[in-house]
Structure formats: C-alpha cells, structure tokens
Design a protein around this ligand. Structure first.
Ligand code: BG6
Ligand code: MG
Length: 219
C-alpha cells in the first residue's frame, strides 16, 4: 500500500496564533511610531520573523541598523511569547483533532511544517509535543515559505516522497511552498480563496473525509 502523509502548517491552521503575532507586532510598531494594520499583518503569514520585520519596517520613517533590527525582533518575540504562554489545548481550532485522529486511524502519517521558531513551545502548550510523526520548523530551515524547504524536510523526516504528501495551509506563501515541493495543498482560513490550492475549506471542521481522500490520489 502507498504510504501517505498530511503536513500541517501550525499558525492559523492548528491554532490561531496568527492573532498573537498581529498583537505582538502591533505593540512593537505602536511603540516605534510605525503604522501597522491587519492588512499589512496578512503579508506576514508564513514568512520568517526577520522577513516579517522587514515588511513592518517598510512604513518606518528612518533606517534601522542590523543591531537595531535584531533587538526589535527579540522584543517582538518577547511580547509574542507572553501571549502564547497562555495557550491551552482548548485553543486547538475546530475540526483539527478529529481530522488528525482519523488520519492516524488510517495509518496516514502526520507532520508539522511551520516557519515558526516557537513551534516547540506552542506544541507543548497545546499538549501536542509528542503527537506528530515529524516536526519541521523555523529552527531547522534556512529558507522561509514560499521556499519549499520546510515541507521537503518534513517529508524527508517522515520518509515519504513529496508527491505522496498533502499540505494544509492558511498562508498564500505556504500554498506556493507546498506546490513548489510537488505536494497537493488544502487552503484553509485566509487561504480558502486561493485558486492555486488543490482544495479549499473555510475551516477544517468543514472538511469531509470524502473530499480529502482524493487528494492522496493525485487529484
Ligand atoms: C509563521 C507565521 O508560522 O511563523 C509568521 O505565519 C511568523 O507570521 C513565522 O512570522 C515566524 O514565527 P516565529 O515564531 O519564529 O517568530
Ligand atoms: Mg500559517
């Protein structure tokens, strides 16, 4: 039997930490007198911390040195970690646990493919630290989405060829990363309007098994 896997993005797919990211960047931007809103925040989905900072600083009225940028990124991360420290298993998004349980029952491997360096802390807070067959995150890759590196790493850790992996993503950058990895991709939440995704649903709670399984057969 062909082995299959589902690789889940973390932020915005398993849990709404995307809002925590927004609040932490907003706090930093307000303190620095830099304009920042939810539309700009949307562009930060899936991209690394330092690349996110560069986008935030597009609205700054002065240049920032490398040292200053490092300090800003660390400050934002401190604000962010204050927020994610409050996470509990109850914050896991609707539909996520039933889907993952069903995948496990069917012998389909599951992994995390996230740009976040905070992945270990978030998984621990959610009670999912030992739940996945493999975790690939921002601590292990050089190139952030839309580069396929994190998904290819997840597939390699699982020992499953990329063509047999399906990605679940909420970011347009993540949809592109999955396609570049040669994987099919389910767009959820903010990627539910992405025409490049193989399949789209507003929430994983709306994803039926009948819709999902054809994705494993090269649809
Ligand atoms: C991604 C988020 O999962 O992780 C991005 O969608 C974030 O918004 C990126 O910038 C990096 O996160 P962290 O936790 O390493 O700062
Ligand atoms: Mg995401």
């Amino acid at each position: 039997m062909t082995e299959n896997a589902v690789i889940f993005d973390l932020d915005g797919v398993i849990v709404s930490t995307d809002d925590c990211h927004y609040r932490a960047w907003k706090r930093l931007a307000d303190e620095e007198g830099i304009y920042f809103d939810r539309e700009i925040n949307h562009r930060l989905r899936g991209v690394s911390r330092m690349e996110s900072l560069s986008i935030v600083l597009e609205r700054a009225n002065r240049p920032y040195t490398t040292e200053e940028r490092q300090a800003l990124a660390e400050r934002k991360n401190g604000y962010y970690r204050e927020l994610i420290n409050e996470l509990t298993p109850e914050h896991i998004l609707p539909g996520v646990m039933p889907l993952m349980e069903r995948l496990k029952e069917h012998g389909i491997k599951i992994a995390i493919g996230s740009s976040s360096k905070n992945t270990p802390l978030i998984l621990e807070r959610l009670g999912l630290a030992n739940y996945f067959d493999a975790v690939a995150d921002g601590n292990a890759v050089k190139n952030s989405k839309p580069d396929p590196e994190v998904f290819l790493l997840a597939a390699a850790k699982l020992g499953i060829p990329p063509a047999q992996c399906v990605v679940v993503e909420d970011a347009d950058a993540g949809v592109e990363a999955a396609l570049a990895a040669g994987m099919r991709v389910i767009g959820v939440g903010t990627a539910a309007c992405n025409p490049r995704a193989t399949l789209t649903v507003d929430s994983l709670a709306d994803l039926s098994w009948e819709e999902l399984t054809p994705c494993f057969n090269g649809v």
